[in-house]
Design a protein around this ligand. Structure first.
Ligand code: TYD
Length: 144
């Protein structure tokens, strides 16, 4: 973890990305095991989000993800079952690491928002917790 990373909630943190800039513009490399502490198994993008739409509303049992707003932005709401934080995500040079067992929701999308998400696992619906009450119950069990 680089010094500038800051723990926001339950290990979720903002990760500064290296920007290679010159007179032509900017380039941001993201490398498995270097920028992200996992082997990247999946990349997906979220874009064209309609006004007023909220997305997410789930946690993962196992999956780790790095979310980068490569264009535009949104607010990421993180919730560990006890505390909740709102994180503005609007910089192509910063990623947000979302740990397993953190409920997340996205809102306040700008119309030009493009999110790029890197994950350490293939898509598997069995890894999702989509009911908030069940999520809280599971976190309470873990804390007991
Ligand atoms: P969904 O989980 O509802 O998105 P969000 O959490 O952002 O609200 O996913 C939308 C659809 O896309 C749903 O049918 C599942 C599918 N999907 C995949 O096929 N692969 C993926 O990697 C992801 C994230 C979603």
């Amino acid at each position: 973890m680089q010094d500038a990373e800051q723990d926001i909630l339950a290990g979720c943190r903002l990760v500064p990305l290296v920007v290679c800039g010159d007179e032509r513009g900017s380039l941001v490399p993201i490398e498995a095991g270097v920028t992200v502490p996992f082997a990247i198994q999946r990349v997906y993008t979220v874009f064209g989000t309609l006004p007023g739409v909220h997305r997410g509303f789930h946690a993962h049992h196992e999956t780790h993800q790095l979310v980068v707003a490569v264009h535009g932005g949104c607010t990421m709401v993180l919730d560990d079952g006890r505390d909740r934080r709102r994180v503005p995500l609007n910089r192509p040079d910063t990623g947000l690491m979302i740990e397993p067992m953190v409920w997340h929701q996205m809102e306040d999308f700008t119309s030009d928002c493009v999110l790029m998400v890197l994950a350490d696992a293939h898509y598997d619906e069995a890894d999702y917790i989509r009911e908030y009450d069940r999520f809280v119950a599971l976190t309470e069990e873990a804390h007991a």
